[in-house]
Design a protein around this ligand. Structure first.
Ligand SMILES: Cc1cc2nc3c(=O)[nH]c(=O)nc-3n(C[C@H](O)[C@H](O)[C@H](O)COP(=O)(O)O)c2cc1C
Length: 311
């Protein structure tokens, strides 16, 4: 018998615990339909803003030996398009749909949350301040600003919702941000957004690999995995199961996904590996996870979720 890898996020049932993350190849309806037709049990859409955005100048993404660098600058079609796409996707594919909201201001966020309340979207992921939006600070690193946004947004949001968090590196910052998040009716956090502002250089041309910000960009893929695992673990402990944690960063295999669940993740998202390997990655990671679980005698995720053993 195959291991059961279904999960529930914010009360919404997912047939499997591994799905696409917001950002990579989920901007257009055509791209979203590729995800819908894949084994991804849910469809996460690109972070949207009030108005459409062209994003940063190209080249703005590059593959690296163990992952990726990007400074996309939030190219998206504007929130209205994603409300329309959600209706089409729901009708055709019946999978849970996750919208990602990333307003340039709190006022923008409120307008979008209100609009998504009356949409086919099942879950909202709030992305408060993208690491690659020039001129905009990462809100996740400012506990006071985070508090202001969550206070306002939680009054408006009527859908199950969570927050996409940047990576934290200092234990004090985990405590600070968890304290703020616990004040509000947040269902989950997603850890982590890209590792901010890396620099990848081509020694042959003596140039950076990407153009925006003098070459600085968010790092994803295998470079991000250990930081992502630590963030999942720490928030899993701090939230004491009252707020779920979704893991993302460097998932290429069933073993990677297993490690995230062991650290406490209720589900796992895939970004860079989806871009690099295509939509078959969801089936591959799910099947590998099931095989590993069978080998270990686990029949469902709760057999090992969060049960990282102590050395
Ligand atoms: C090309 C690209 C675009 C991204 N755009 C977004 C975005 O719009 N919203 C967001 O929350 N995260 C965005 N991310 C971050 C990913 O969702 C993810 O958190 C990060 O890349 C780590 O996962 P990975 O190692 O599987 O790529 C983007 C990442 C990449 C590579």
């Amino acid at each position: 018998m195959k291991a059961d890898i279904s999960t529930k996020i914010a009360g919404v049932k997912f047939d499997a615990c591994i799905f696409n993350t917001s950002g990579p190849a989920d901007v257009t309806l055509a791209e979203l339909e590729i995800i819908a037709r894949s084994k991804s049990p849910a469809i996460t859409m690109k972070s949207c803003t009030l108005e459409p955005r062209a994003g940063n100048p190209e080249p703005r993404y590059a593959d690296l030996e163990y992952g990726s660098i990007n400074s996309m600058g939030l190219p998206n079609l504007g929130y209205k398009a994603y409300i329309e796409f959600a209706a089409v996707l729901k009708r055709k594919y019946k999978k849970p749909i996750i919208a990602s909201i990333c307003g340039m201001t709190l006022e923008d966020d409120i307008i979008m949350f209100n609009a998504f309340n009356n949409s086919q979207v099942d879950i909202i992921e709030f992305n408060p301040g993208s690491p690659n939006t020039i001129g905009k600070a990462i809100v996740g690193y400012d506990a006071k600003e985070m508090d202001r946004l969550l206070k306002a947004v939680s009054k408006v949001c009527k859908k199950p919702w969570g927050i996409k968090l940047p990576p934290y590196f200092d234990l004090v910052h985990f405590d600070e941000i968890a304290k703020v998040i616990k004040k509000y009716p947040v269902n989950f956090v997603t850890c982590i957004n890209s590792l901010g502002n890396g620099l990848a250089i081509d020694p042959a041309t003596e140039q950076p690999l990407i153009k925006p910000k003098g070459g600085l960009g968010g790092i994803g893929g295998r470079y991000a995995k250990f930081t992502a695992l630590a963030n999942v673990r720490r928030f899993y402990e701090l939230f004491d199961r009252k707020i779920q944690v979704i893991g993302v960063g460097g998932v290429y295999s069933g073993t990677d996904a297993f490690e995230f669940i062991l650290a406490g993740a209720s589900a796992v998202q895939i970004g860079t590996a989806f871009l690099q390997k295509g939509p078959g990655i969801f089936n591959k990671v799910q099947t590998e996870l099931q095989t590993l679980m069978a080998k270990k005698g686990y029949i469902k995720l709760s057999n090992f979720r969060g049960k990282l053993k102590i050395l």
